[in-house]
Write a protein that binds this ligand. Sequence first.
Ligand code: ADP
Ligand code: MG
Length: 826
Amino acid sequence: MASYRNGRGTVKVDRAQPTGSSNLRTSSSFKSKNSIVRRSNSSAGFDDSVSGRVRVAVRLRPQNAEEMVADADFADCVELQPEFKRLKLRKNNWDSDTYEFDEVLTESASQKRVYEVVAKPVVESVLDGYNGTVMAYGQTGTGKTFTLGRLGDEDTSARGIMVRAMEDILANISRDSDSVMISYLQLYMETIQDLLNPSNDNIAIVEDPKTGDVSVPAATLVDIRTHQDFMELLRLGEAHRVAANTKLNTESSRSHAILMVHIKRSVTDMESEITSENDHSIHMSRNSKPPVIRKGKLVVVDLAGSERVHKSGSEGHTLEEAKSINLSLSALGKCINALAENSPHVPAMKVENMLKIKEEFDYKSLCRKLETQIDKLIAENERQQKAFEDEIERTAIEAQQRISEAEMNYTEALEREKMKCQMDYMESIKKLEEKWMQNQPKRGTNGFSNGNHSAEGNNDHANEDVTELKTMLQKEISLRKRAEEEIHSLRNSQFCPTEADANADVVKLQNLLDEETRQKQKLEDEVLMLQSRLSQLSFGSGQSRYSQIDDRGNGETTSIANLHEHVGLQKILSLLESEDPNVRLHAVKVVANLAAEDTNQERIVEAGGLSSLLALLRSRSFDETICRIAAGAIANLAMNEANQELIMGQGGISLLAMTAADAEDPQTLRMVAGAIANLCGNDKLQTRLRSEGGIKALLGMVRSRHPDVLSQVARGVANFAKCESRTSSKGNKNNRSMLIEDGALPWIVQNANNDASIIRRHIELALCHLAQHEVNAKDMVSGGALWELVRISRDCSRDDIRALARRTLTSSQIFSSELRRLRVEI
Ligand code: ADP
Ligand code: MG
């Protein structure tokens, strides 16, 4: 392969003399080589010391598999020395020929490097308006077509000189003002065929008699606008070349292929001025200058492989072909020789020179190694770049697919989860309904059974006591009667003792009588106490008051009212402060019984009973029984609004809270809780009740777990929440519920579905009241109260509570948006 540039004129092929090519052609055993000759004054690529001459490069292709097996000693007979730009052919063990080239390209040279070293300077010259030729020659199979014509469809790094040259040309011209036209021809058996239009064969070569320019005017010229256009034409030309060769019964290697690229470029004023100055031509003013167009022609020639007739054994038509090829090649050789004669180029060097520069060898061999490595890396880089782009595209498509797949799976999973939740919900509703159905008859018959059971048990026990005491009393009465009778009979006795004896007996009997009277009084007190206990025990779970004793056991109805009328309220109250704990106990029982009656409450308070009862709670010697009964009495008094304020005013809350903290008996706690629950229902006292620890005390009592206590706590909570919602609806309250502040919500939520219906009712009401005020909504959502409200709105057996819950849920913005978010319908 050779390349050269021929100024602004046409290539004078006929005046050229062969240079290094003859050496190559003589080496019959050298299968895998071709050489490049070029004539250029370009600074890139070849050594520029000899301008204008044809330059020659040799490229060695790698051995193919067949050669590796058949020609194992190949490496021994060819040695490339790129650092010296030499090729050494070993004739035998002691003799070798050395050839020098402008460039020596080893097996590892990349296509990019070959292009840049050999063809790029020519292409640049052509763009500057010169004619240039790149031609490849060498034996068939040495890689001429590989070097020139590879399209690189599959591997971008394999693109040959033609493709790369066109890329450079198109990148450097203006699509608007410049033009690129190509012809693609085949020279076979001395005739020229048009590869772009096969019907157009036997094209004449015309030589301009004046300028000597050689041209083929009949050849098809195609305007190239894009690189794709060019690739299409190369493919088309290749296909026609194969077809033409088949028709002619030949192979591609037996014809020369010629690609001609005609470039017309319009030159800017500036460029032309600089060039004109450089050329020492007359400087013309900008205005008077005509537009300049530069014409350049690039010719790329893929020559047919040369062969030795006696070696190939060609006969007949093949022999004719071979002659024709060899004729044309030797004519070319002569041309190149003729060109070389006038040039200072030295085709072969003496081997001795090598010794002089031997010391530089290490450096140069390192340089060679590096170059080899660079070539490999360049090729690899081009390949990887392409692979990387492909990979990115593939990954993007794959990612898109995965995203849509994941989206689909997610939607399905979500749908499944939703279905499952709905099923679970339905299932739990069903279970709850079944449970409710089972509980229904039980509630109907038992009502608030827990409280009553224990009260009934205690009642029986107390009744027995009362009967026993009554029997004792009866016995005492009859004893007294007998004693009186005895006195009477003694007085009327006929036996008259001495007066002194009689007096002594009277005194004795009088004492006896007094003793008996005291005993009677004591027993009556005992009876009172027992009756009061009875009434305590009948304190209804739904009502926070002591009820009157209804002693139906023996049919005798004793009213406490009657009793206190007998004894006197003041006296009873004074007994509350008695030193004797027993007396205190009896007295508090009587007061508690009295306080159960609305009619007595005012009188008790007026007479200072409330203060005395509170004083009992305050007393240091903590007696739980007294406290229990006192708390019960206070609870009863606390049903009256006026008394509620008095209780508060006298520090009742802290006393009740203190009792709640110390007490253990559930019944004591129940009384205390009942008292606080009553106070919770007073709008005016809320803040004070809370600040004095009322809510905390109430909540503290749930530790007992006794349903009687819990129901009082729940009642208190409901009362408090009701008052709060009343106050907030009047617009008086902007703060969070004090119940929530004091940490009641978790207990409320936990017990909202308590098995005991009385507790459940109170809590359901409490929740509805809390939910009235939007400021509580957030806490209720986060505390799980929303779900209880939803349940109440669906399942509560009381229509009014159910409706209230529903109304509340729909009117609260926070609740309704949360429910919308959870897709729960009310
Ligand atoms: P020619 O055109 O000189 O007859 P080809 O270009 O057709 O030779 O090359 C002959 C074979 O050698 C082809 O299979 C080609 O792919 C391979 N070949 C030529 N040069 C190289 C190279 N530098 N690297 C790898 N394979 C090559
Ligand atoms: Mg070929």
